[in-house]
Ligand binder design. Structure first.
Ligand SMILES: Nc1nc2c(ncn2[C@@H]2O[C@H](COP(=O)(O)OP(=O)(O)OP(=O)(O)O)[C@@H](O)[C@H]2O)c(=O)[nH]1
Ligand SMILES: [Mg+2]
Length: 332
């Protein structure tokens, strides 16, 4: 099976190969692993890379680490993905990023009515219906300030949420600073990454904008301005003052990810609605089988599917396209 690696992978790999400093090389290897698509075609590549990472770790964290002048590896520039997707909250100071993490996950970040409260990244899990999504809160980005570990975290995430306080005047400049800072690090925040990238040195990151504090005075005008300035972007209103709005916010994030939930069912049993298989939109029976286990597909005789607009228990081929909420029964 072909590896189908994105162009950014090759660019990062080039940097990795040219790098001589083991600390930096380790960081790049971890980043390569994080952005590598995980499927059967990349199994060997993943294994090779993991072996290299172990070696580099030994080199970096072994006896040599006591040598004077060696740089410390920054563990903050990589957070292991958990759940169906990794979503990163970024934005200007005091916009409400930590408050959102606090409101929708079990994580308890520091919240302050002053800028630069958050100094370290923090992850939390957000449950939307049957799906667990990982959210990462980050320190702010401003004209003259961005922590070094923020760009690598942005590159690894599946989705960026740019949190903007639309009730406080002057947010246009504060958002522009976020775009600019990341562009300086060759990251383009975009509503929809292009299929074909002209310059592979640039990462295009799928981004939505959270129009936060949207129940405050002046937020209406702010929202209009935001629509005008960023017409192509999905803009999601949010405010921690309204539970319904936060529910819609979660749903909008899930919808933006473009994934479907497929529930499995054993022959003669009810479907398991607690732990769905998560697939991209357009995912097939074959993809679902591969998600379960890579050997599973070889053993698969046929599958039956239940779902909206289908015959109940319809017997389907491996290339059958599944839709959100389908139930699948594998026969091996
Ligand atoms: N009115 C209102 N205030 C909010 C809302 N969300 C957050 N706040 C307040 O905004 C202030 C900043 O919130 P934080 O969550 O600390 O903001 P942050 O973006 O994490 O800030 P930094 O860590 O400095 O980047 C706090 O006083 C919050 O109580 C909201 O929806 N409505
Ligand atoms: Mg914060």
């Amino acid at each position: 099976m072909p590896a189908n690696l994105p162009p950014q992978y090759y660019e990062l790999e080039r940097e990795y190969k040219a790098e001589r400093d083991p600390h930096e090389k380790l960081r790049l290897a971890q980043e390569l692993l994080a952005i590598m698509p995980k499927h059967k075609g990349t199994d060997k590549l993943q294994a090779d890379l993991k072996a290299k990472i172990s070696k580099l770790k030994l080199q970096v964290e072994g006896p040599s680490k006591k040598t004077h002048g060696t740089r410390h590896v920054d563990a903050r520039d990589h957070i292991e993905r958990e759940g169906a997707a990794q979503i990163i909250l970024i934005g200007p100071p005091n916009s409400g990023k930590s408050t959102i993490l606090d409101a929708v996950t079990g994580a308890r970040p520091l919240i302050g009515d002053y800028p630069y409260t958050t100094r370290e990244p923090m992850a939390g899990m957000m449950k939307f219906e049957s799906v667990q999504l990982q959210l990462i809160d980050t320190p702010p980005i401003a004209e003259d300030y961005m922590e070094k570990f923020v760009p690598p975290l942005v590159r690894q995430a599946d989705l960026v949420v740019l949190v903007v306080d639309i009730a406080t005047p002057g947010f246009e400049n504060r958002i522009a600073a976020v775009f600019r800072q990341l562009e300086d690090k060759r990251i383009i925040l975009t509503p929809q990454p292009p299929d074909k990238v002209d310059d592979p040195r640039f990462f295009h990151k799928k981004t939505v904008i959270a129009a936060h504090k949207s129940l405050e005075e002046g937020a209406g005008a702010g929202r209009e301005k935001l629509n005008e300035l960023y017409p192509g972007f999905t803009i999601i209103p949010s405010s921690i003052l309204d539970d319904d709005l936060m529910h819609n916010f979660k749903k909008a994030l899930f919808d933006t990810l473009g994934v479907i939930r497929v529930y499995t069912k054993k022959v003669g049993h009810e479907a398991d609605f607690d732990d769905p298989i998560i697939l991209p939109i357009g995912g097939t029976v074959e993809d679902a089988a591969l998600e379960l286990h890579k050997d599973f597909l070889n053993k698969l005789q046929y599958a039956k599917v239940w779902g909206k607009g289908k015959f109940e228990g319809q017997r389907v081929k491996n290339n059958f396209v599944l839709t959100d909420g389908d139930i699948i029964e594998f026969h091996i």
